[in-house]
Design a protein around this ligand. Structure first.
Ligand code: DC
Length: 216
């Protein structure tokens, strides 16, 4: 098979508010690839469960919901509610839910010309054969500051301390769960965006990705 025929898959992982979503979107647009924010797939399951009034601790029901999630048209704004984020991190610990969503994510990635996927387990579990893996991070204080600015603009009265507390708890849950914990994949390039503006982070990521694609 010629190199052009194999899909180009770029895996981006990292904690909440690290900047990975913005990088993933911009890399996909620049390289002409499709983009999937896999956090939205967990959020979509959570929203469907909440809307249907289903118990969030029922793995069989959650997995059934996960098997019917439509990836096209998932929208972060519509799924951005704090309650949805909380519920998403509860269903994200369930093996059967992850199995169903990972399956859909892999099918999305495999369609030509390929895709940029961002999440927590893309380089480690979903697409371990990605042509390039990035692990995007920043200190909890910096990430909380970014999130705080975002939520303040929407009129929220959350304090910086509450946002920081939330980020630290989420990290803890994502990094310490048994199934697919958040960690850098083997061979992942680390990008710490604590001291970078988005343009610098994007240029850094693009240079790494272009080198990897050239090296084939
Ligand atoms: O990135 P986010 O906040 O939208 O993710 C929502 C939840 O889903 C969060 O608790 C982490 C989890 N998640 C995951 O377990 N695996 C992924 N690939 C993406 C998100």
């Amino acid at each position: 098979m010629s190199a052009a025929a194999s899909p180009i898959i770029i895996a981006i992982d990292g904690p909440a508010a690290s900047g990975k979503g913005t990088l993933a979107r911009r890399l996909a647009a620049t390289l002409g690839l499709r983009h999937l924010d896999t956090g939205l797939t967990y959020r979509a399951v959570a929203q469907a469960m909440l809307q249907a009034g289903l118990p969030l601790d029922n793995q069989e029901l959650a997995a059934e919901v996960a098997r019917h999630i439509e990836l096209a048209g998932l929208d972060r704004e519509a799924l951005s509610d704090h309650a949805i984020g909380e519920a998403a991190s509860q269903v994200a610990v369930m093996g059967a839910v992850r199995e169903a969503l990972v399956d859909a994510q892999r099918r999305f990635a495999a369609r030509p010309p390929g895709a940029v996927l961002d999440g927590r387990d893309i380089g480690t579990v979903v697409c371990p054969n990605a042509i390039v893996k990035l692990f995007v991070t920043a200190s909890p204080q910096i990430r909380a500051g970014r999130r705080f600015d975002e939520v303040s603009r929407t009129g929220s009265d959350l304090t910086f301390e509450q946002v920081l507390d939330d980020i630290v708890k989420r990290d803890e849950r994502d990094m310490n769960r048994d199934d697919s914990p958040l960690k850098p994949a083997q061979g992942a390039h680390l990008i710490d965006t604590s001291e970078m503006d988005i343009e610098t982070a994007f240029r850094t990521a693009l240079a790494i990705v272009e080198r990897a694609i050239e090296a084939g």
